[in-house]
Design a protein around this ligand. Structure first.
Ligand code: PLP
Length: 359
């Protein structure tokens, strides 16, 4: 089946997953709801290689980003940013009156463990946020090496935005030492938008208990306590439709096999990268390329929006550059349930439109 949306989320959703979205609703306070949330949690613990509890939120991933910085900063937060999504976390801190500092690197570059070490050694901070996969620049930050640095500092809550990577790139939450790892369902997990997920470590639980003003809807401790004290329920009414579909889709993902899924993402990425190098250039630092999307530098000065209009006539779509990178770059996503052939089909269509020779 040829796919249509090659933007970095939302992406095309398989028909059987969509059908699960239309399951008849149940009471969110019954045993059945508890069982579904429990089953989802166990499967997500496998996906994240963690024993931490899993929190579900009826919101997109931004909700949990805001909830994490607010629920778990007791002293001062530090945000490391290499693009638009890193900066968003900083804005969330500021608008919630959280003491927070921002450290940025040039667009297209990664955050280095050395930089993190230097900043944490000041002793000013007790929470750090890192974007795993920066969707505006195509960078995958070295969260493992950064985790090693963070382990030197006892009091730090390590928050990771894995919105555009979880389910496509391996993230070993416990081994790396991540306290809160956040993702949305509409990216590499391949569901319709409307629900998000995070891991929540014991250390994060203990920290949140010391933070007096955690808000209400995105109070991560409240979500955790409903799981522990009310047998896997949700403080308000969750999107049960998403839960039915997520439970099913996680079965499909585990059936494919996590390692197979990560390999498939690597193969799709390799195909797009070699195509990009043949006809354009890759925008991103080559040492930190993402396996879920590729950001291509528009070296030929083509009109990206015109290309996209022509692609849409063929029922396909890619993404323009994000923010200030619009028209200077374009983004091709290769995440979720897309196959190598889906990606090749997209590239062949671009070749035809732009008049490139076929190999
Ligand atoms: C898409 C995205 C977000 C925002 O997620 P929503 O689910 O739209 O709130 C945050 N961070 C990254 C890296 C993303 O790709």
């Amino acid at each position: 089946m040829s796919k249509r949306l090659f933007i970095p989320g939302p992406i095309d959703v398989n028909k059987d997953v969509l059908e699960y979205m239309s399951t008849q609703v149940i009471s969110h306070r019954g045993k059945e709801a508890s069982k579904i949330q429990y089953d989802i949690s166990k499967k997500l613990q496998s996906l994240f290689y963690t024993n931490s509890e899993i929190l579900l939120s009826t919101s997109s991933g931004s909700g949990l980003m805001e909830g994490s910085i607010r629920s778990c900063t007791s002293k001062r937060a530090v945000v490391f940013s290499c693009g638009s999504f890193g900066k968003r976390w900083y804005k969330m801190g500021v608008s919630n009156m959280i003491p927070v500092d921002l450290f940025e690197v040039e667009l297209g570059k990664a955050i280095s463990p050395e930089m993190v070490d230097k900043v944490l050694s000041t002793g000013k901070y007790d929470l750090i946020t890192i974007t795993h996969n920066e969707t505006s620049t195509g960078i995958t930050n070295p969260i493992e090496a950064i985790g090693e640095v963070i382990k030197k500092y006892e009091d730090i809550i390590y928050c990771v935005d894995a919105v555009s990577s979880a389910g496509g790139i391996k993230i070993e939450v416990d081994k790396i030492g991540i306290d809160i790892c956040i993702t949305s369902v509409q990216k590499a997990l391949g569901l319709p938008p409307g629900m998000s997920i995070c891991t929540f470590s014991n250390k994060a639980v203990q920290r949140a208990k010391k933070v007096p003003y955690r808000g209400t809807y995105f109070d991560l401790l409240a979500m955790y306590e409903y799981i522990v004290n009310k047998n896997y329920q949700y403080p308000s009414t969750p999107s049960l439709s998403h839960m039915f579909a997520l439970d099913f889709q996680l079965n499909q993902i585990l059936k494919e096999g996590l390692e197979n899924r990560f390999l498939r993402h690597g193969e799709m990425a390799n195909i797009v990268r070699s195509w990009a190098k043949e006809h354009f250039q890759i925008f991103t630092d080559e040492n930190y390329l993402s396996n879920t999307l590729t950001v291509v530098k528009n070296t030929k000065g083509i009109s990206i929006s015109k290309l996209n209009d022509q692609l849409k006539e063929r029922n396909l779509e890619i993404a323009n550059g994000y923010g200030e990178l619009k028209e200077k770059t374009f983004r091709i996503s290769h995440m979720g349930d897309y196959s190598v052939d889906d990606v090749k089909d997209l590239l062949n269509n671009i070749d035809e439109i732009l008049g490139f020779e076929k190999n």
